[in-house]
Design a protein around this ligand. Structure first.
Ligand SMILES: Nc1nc2c(c(=O)[nH]1)N[C@H]1C(S)=C(S)[C@@H](COP(=O)(O)O)O[C@H]1N2
Ligand SMILES: [Mo]
Length: 217
């Protein structure tokens, strides 16, 4: 596993630079591959992020939709919940095996909003004020893409992007925008934060960012 991860780092050295600023104490990201470092690493491109909870959390769905809307945390909790258990995989190499996420499937929210025929993609906004992400509409309609409220059978904590983050199970974890506040239907893909710095927009695990060595998920 260490060897594989190291190879992945070597194939895309220029891509590592963006992450160094974030990781700070561990520019290689290799500590995440060690047996005692197999957990999550905290990432935020914003230096501080406000806490939001049941009183003040809101998720808006707008853009190319017939029925724009705003959800409170309670409203999201009241919808049917989907559970997905996959390995979390960061593009820098660290992995967290078999991690349960639960939340509202993104297709359900898109259907509720009534996606207009001109829509081709989705832009995700975060209440850190900085991070964005994107998916094509077919990617966003997968049932393993969640507006996640729970992780590892607990409510999502602030550090992991709570109370609500995106979870894109088949893609590298940078697609899984933390502190999700907006879902906007657009007529084209608007590359997200890391994608403007060189990472692949189609971030399939094992089939993007210079890798073609993992099975299709
Ligand atoms: N809002 C926001 N979402 C984000 C990021 C970020 O910096 N800001 N980093 C991404 C990256 S690169 C990773 S690996 C994961 C890290 O999630 P974690 O902090 O819960 O481990 O969040 C992703 N989503
Ligand atoms: Mo990442």
């Amino acid at each position: 596993m260490l060897g594989l991860g190291a190879a992945g780092l070597v194939t895309a050295p220029y891509l590592q630079r963006g992450f160094e600023a974030v990781v700070g104490s561990d520019p290689t990201g290799l500590s995440g591959l060690l047996p005692n470092g197999g957990g999550f690493r905290y990432y935020s491109v914003a230096s501080s992020v406000p806490e939001r909870g049941p009183q003040d959390y809101r998720l808006t769905v707008n853009g190319l939709v017939d029925r724009p809307g705003t959800y409170t945390l309670d409203a999201l909790r009241a919808l049917p919940q989907t559970r997905v258990v996959r390995d979390v995989q960061c593009v820098t190499g660290w992995r967290v095996p078999s991690t349960p996420f639960e939340g509202v499937s993104l297709p359900r929210l898109l259907d509720a909003a009534g996606v207009r025929p001109q829509a081709r993609a989705v832009r995700f906004e975060c209440f850190d004020g900085t991070y964005t992400e994107s998916l094509t509409l077919p990617q966003a309609r997968r049932d393993d893409v969640l507006v996640a409220l729970r992780m590892q059978d607990r409510p999502l904590g602030h550090d992991h992007g709570g109370p609500v983050r995106l979870y894109v199970a088949p893609m590298y974890f940078y697609k899984s925008a933390k502190w999700l506040s907006g879902i906007t239907l657009t007529d084209r893909v608007e590359p997200g934060y890391w994608e403007r710095l060189g990472y692949d927009v189609d971030a399939w695990v094992g089939r993007s960012n210079g890798r073609d060595d993992a099975p299709t998920v």
